[in-house]
Design a protein around this ligand. Structure first.
Ligand SMILES: NC(=O)c1ccc[n+]([C@@H]2O[C@H](COP(=O)([O-])OP(=O)(O)OC[C@H]3O[C@@H](n4cnc5c(N)ncnc54)[C@H](OP(=O)(O)O)[C@@H]3O)[C@@H](O)[C@H]2O)c1
Length: 355
């Protein structure tokens, strides 16, 4: 009897991107799925993708670089790859079994063969919504926790400013800063987000950066005594406005600079002399720096979620057909919380209205 052919819907890169990424830069196609059983002797796993994450750094991978970037460019005509939540459907690797729930790098498609399953993390809290492993319990949570505690090194009572504070990383950093006993202010791109930062996420203050004509003066108003820690997600004009507002011996944890990702010519930053005069430490980091601490951090954040000490907001779209538009939303301030795509819903906890 002939084997049943399984189809595999996927999102591919149609053309390299210049300027603002658009839906037309990607295409949703259907191809034949790979064999769903791994061949004997193979150390690969085959996964069914349940949720895939939309993350700002994907924009960098959509540009063609003459010189290698810190992550490889996507390949034209090939499936996009990024973090996702998956169920293992067959495994040739000793550490994985069919039915395991995992998160890590996968394809923007229904089924993916993963050649290096040792890069995947096991999901230890399936009682929490699985989609959280694209965000607060996954890569953005690890980034927020590691960047805040290991790079910014906060102390109780310090003044903390977070840009893109309603994003996946920012909303977590703000709440960790409040748990630490800091004074916390965030910026976001709409009044609705500003309001939620203050009501749902417990920020002491927040402002809509799109409505402020003089960001340096706004920050002076929010921090009359200056900023100890700037958690940098935006770059450009915001970084320039922050520098004169930093306190002596302040720290800038440079997580990302989303305002620059769609520009062909990056903006200049002019107030860099403040790094000298205020004896600042500005340090970049990548989430991989904290991979070895993931399971400890997962436990801590899962505990906070269960105790109701942190809130979380997601923006979920349904199905791979909606994925290209969802990615574009990151760059138009249209996402309300962590942006992700539900590819297949089949787990008991995933409809849970946890928070
Ligand atoms: N270092 C690492 O390993 C690492 C890991 C994860 C993320 N990151 C970086 O961390 C930052 C936040 O990531 P995320 O996952 O939290 O983002 P996210 O949830 O995808 O949110 C992105 C938000 O950025 C804001 N934004 C977009 N364009 C902007 C612009 N031109 N100026 C100011 N704000 C803009 C928008 O919100 P508004 O409504 O506020 O405009 C948007 O909703 C990004 O820079 C990302 O690249 C770094």
């Amino acid at each position: 009897m002939a084997a049943t052919v399984v189809s595999n819907k996927r999102v591919i890169l149609k053309r390299y991107v210049t300027g603002l990424v658009s839906e037309d830069d990607m295409e949703v196609v259907t191809v034949e799925a790979p064999p769903l059983a791994v061949p004997a002797g193979s150390k690969t796993v085959v996964v069914k993708n349940l949720y895939i994450s939309c993350d700002p750094y994907m924009r960098n991978r959509m540009t063609y670089h003459e010189e290698p970037s810190y992550v490889p460019d996507f390949v034209l005509g090939e499936v996009l790859v990024n973090f996702g939540v998956m169920k293992v459907i067959s495994s040739g690797h000793q550490d994985f079994n069919a039915g395991d729930l995992v998160w890590g790098i996968t394809g923007w498609e229904e089924y993916t063969v993963i050649d290096n399953p040792e890069t995947l993390f096991k999901i230890n809290h399936p009682e929490l919504p699985l989609s959280y492993y694209t965000g607060i319990l996954g890569m953005p949570g690890l980034t927020a926790y590691g960047g805040f505690f290991e790079v910014a090194k906060p102390k109780k009572g310090e003044y903390v400013f977070i840009s893109s504070a309603f994003g996946a990383v920012g909303q977590i950093v703000g709440q960790l800063a409040k748990i630490t006993g800091c004074y916390v202010v965030g910026s976001a791109g709409s009044d609705e987000k500003v309001n939620l930062l203050k009501t749902k996420f417990g920020f002491d203050d927040a402002f809509n950066y799109k409505k402020e004509l003089d960001l340096e003066a706004t920050l002076k108003r929010c921090f009359p005594d200056g900023i100890d820690i700037y958690f940098e997600n935006v770059g450009g004009a915001m970084l320039d406005a922050v520098l004169p507002n930093m306190r002596v011996a302040g720290r800038i944890a440079a997580c990302g600079m989303i305002s620059q990702y769609n520009l062909e010519q990056p903006e200049g930053v002019y107030n860099t002399i403040c790094i000298v005069t205020k004896r600042l430490r500005m340090q970049g980091f990548l989430v991989f720096d904290f991979y070895d601490k993931y399971y400890q951090i997962e436990e801590q954040i899962a505990r906070y979620l269960k105790e109701g000490k942190v809130a979380y907001t997601e923006d979920v779209v349904e199905g791979l057909d909606a994925a290209p538009a969802a990615l574009v939303k990151l760059f138009t301030s249209s996402s309300i919380g962590k942006q992700l795509v539900a590819v297949a819903r089949e787990h008991k906890a995933e409809h849970a209205n946890f928070i």
